[in-house]
Ligand binder design. Structure first.
Ligand code: ADP
Length: 334
């Protein structure tokens, strides 16, 4: 993968964990969600009850996991972390649910990817604090209802619309995270630099912020690559020159597009004449999973005006042709 869209490995997860804000007031940006969430948490604490279930939606890397951890932290509650794809069978979920402590926060990442039986078990548990444990097999199987202590589910999804309505309706609060503004990302990397103990020049922070696709995860990742560059090739100073040089090594361009982003645009323009072409065809042509292109690549390209979605498929915009330095075909003759 490329520097901005690589799947997280164990090392990266550790590096990320070190940079996670721990409290709501250290969480940069997302003013609206922060305010809403703080009301939900304070009200619940005031009543001495666990808060309602929380659904967080938004593109990868915008802080959903971080917020789930902050929620548990602010409530002084234990946190259990799992994900839709990690739960293969309803029995896996039953095991988790039946071992929850009172007030525990259960974070389910990619909750839209739960298999149907697990999904049904989850919304019954969320609504009635009950799980039906099936004992035995075949005609002799019986289901025994098991009472659960009150807990708070925090679900994360890339789009709230991906969740079936019965599950979505069980979340009392839905927070939508949007891409961050450069000034906010500037603050994110400045804080991260302090945590990493490296001196980051303000112009370097601005350069990183402007090329991080509105995403704190990418901003922190680029900061670490700039730090590497400064240490190995530079003078140790994280200044503008070091930032630009590192971003060039990692093929992040002035618009913040990385290799995969450009690969998708390039394929769209050169192999499919600018489209329209279906997303899965486009994904195959760059050797990526459809979901990767759909969640990690496309939203930013759309937002920045490089790509549009039409009923007949994806299309490159004039800006895309221009960005790649290609001549746009004459639309009149199409
Ligand atoms: P998601 O779960 O949405 O994919 P994460 O919560 O894992 O995203 O965040 C990815 C990285 O970005 C983490 O290292 C986190 O510390 C950082 N991050 C995300 N949002 C913020 C924020 N608002 N302020 C500071 N750092 C953030």
């Amino acid at each position: 993968g490329s520097v901005t869209s690589a799947e997280s490995g164990a090392l990266e997860r550790a590096a990320e964990a070190a940079l996670r804000p721990r409290r709501l007031d250290e969480f940069v940006g997302q003013q609206v969600v922060r305010e809403q969430l703080s009301l939900v948490l304070d009200a619940a604490t005031g009543r001495g009850r666990p808060p309602e279930h929380v659904l967080l939606s938004g593109p990868p890397g915008l802080g959903k996991t971080t917020l789930a951890m902050i929620i548990a932290g602010e409530l002084n509650a234990p946190l259990r972390i799992t994900s839709g794809p990690a739960i293969q069978h309803a029995g896996d979920l039953a095991a988790i649910l039946s071992s929850l402590e009172e007030g525990e926060v259960l974070f389910i990442d990619e909750v839209h990817r739960l298999a149907r039986p697990a999904e049904e078990m989850l919304y019954i548990a969320m609504e009635d604090f009950r799980v039906d444990v099936v004992v035995g097999k075949g005609v002799g199987a019986t289901s025994i209802p098991l009472e659960l202590p009150p807990f708070t589910a925090v679900g994360a999804t890339t789009r709230a619309g991906l969740l079936p309505a019965p599950l979505r309706d069980r979340f009392g609060f839905v927070g939508h995270l949007d891409y961050y503004r450069p000034a906010e990302l500037h603050e994110v990397v400045a804080r991260s630099a302090v945590r990493l103990g490296v001196p980051l020049a303000s112009e370097a922070a601005a350069e990183i912020a402007g090329r991080s696709r509105g995403t704190p995860r990418i901003a922190n990742r680029l900061l670490r690559r700039v730090r590497d560059w400064a240490q190995v090739r530079g003078s140790g100073q994280l200044d503008l020159a070091a930032a630009r040089a590192a971003l060039e090594v990692y093929e992040v361009d002035e618009s913040g597009l990385d290799r995969l982003d450009r690969g998708v645009l390039q394929a769209l323009c050169t192999r499919f004449g600018g489209g329209p072409v279906g997303l899965s065809t486009l994904a195959v042509s760059v050797g990526e999973e459809t979901e990767t292109v759909e969640t990690m690549v496309e939203p930013y390209l759309v937002r920045e005006g490089f790509l549009t979605r039409t009923p007949r498929g994806r299309m490159a915009t004039s800006l895309a042709w221009e960005h790649l330095g290609l001549a746009e075909p004459d639309p009149v003759r199409g």
